[in-house]
Design a protein around this ligand. Structure first.
Ligand code: URA
Ligand code: SF4
Length: 229
């Protein structure tokens, strides 16, 4: 199969061990993105974190440093988490795709971000599922369209689905049309993990009305925080 599955550790014990997952992910060749990127950027944060935040893919700085959300978008996210009263000990941050995808600017050195395609998202899904299984979070936050599609399939739209607590689909459904059906449109009943989608923090940096867009992100994160039991 052309995906990450053959590169995951073999035993259930290792799959339940965050550091073992991280070590093996470093050698993943489940799709072509490892060829041009510097390194695998695996998720990081509190292993006991009740909130799992999912971005798109590492950016330029994340690719160089090997850690998620350490560039400009990460600074927006850090500020919003703090302002929403979400404690670091409650947070684990990862990406839907774990290698940086980019094109080189013509004749230049700058590396321009390119969104991962559906095949790359599917290829990398075993790592995301392993993180979801291991962390068993109370709340999953999808940051932006790519993360939303990685979880709820290609029908996901940020504008339509952001800012609402949805039931987190079962792991077997993640990334498929069944996930969108499971997440549904109804407010979830009691119990069970929640999914909340919001904008990507980089949208704040691109916006003309930065402060409004930032407030929208903050409002959504406060709703996510309210779902922590
Ligand atoms: N954008 C993302 O989606 N993830 C990162 O880790 C950094 C920027
Ligand atoms: Fe493996 Fe994901 Fe990197 Fe592709 S993007 S090589 S599936 S870790």
């Amino acid at each position: 199969s052309h995906d990450a599955e053959p590169f995951l550790p073999g035993t259930p014990e290792e799959r339940a061990d965050l550091e073992a997952l991280r070590r093996t992910a470093a050698d993943c060749r489940g799709c072509d993105l490892y060829r041009n990127a510097t390194q695998t950027v695996f998720g990081e944060g509190s292993p006991g974190g009740r909130m799992l935040l999912i971005g798109e893919q590492p950016g330029d700085q994340e690719d160089r440093k090997g850690h998620p959300f350490v560039g400009p978008a990460g600074r927006v996210l850090d500020r919003a988490l703090e302002e929403a009263g979400i404690e670091r000990g409650d947070v684990y941050v990862t990406n839907a795709v774990k290698h940086f995808k980019f094109k080189r600017q013509e004749g230049g050195k700058r590396r321009i971000h390119e969104a991962p395609n559906a095949g790359e998202m599917r290829a990398c899904r075993p790592w995301l599922l392993a993180e979801l299984r291991l962390l068993d979070p109370e709340v999953v936050v999808a940051l932006g369209a790519t993360a939303g599609k990685a979880l709820l399939g290609s029908s996901f739209r940020v504008t339509r689905q952001r800012g609402r607590l949805l039931p987190l689909p079962g792991l077997e459904a993640i990334g498929t049309p069944a996930a969108a059906r499971e997440a549904g449109d109804e407010p979830p009943g009691d119990g069970g993990a929640r999914l909340l989608a919001t904008i990507h923090p980089s949208a704040v940096l691109r916006a003309e009305d930065r402060e409004d867009v930032y407030q929208g992100l903050l409002d959504d994160l406060r709703i996510a925080a309210s779902a922590l039991r």
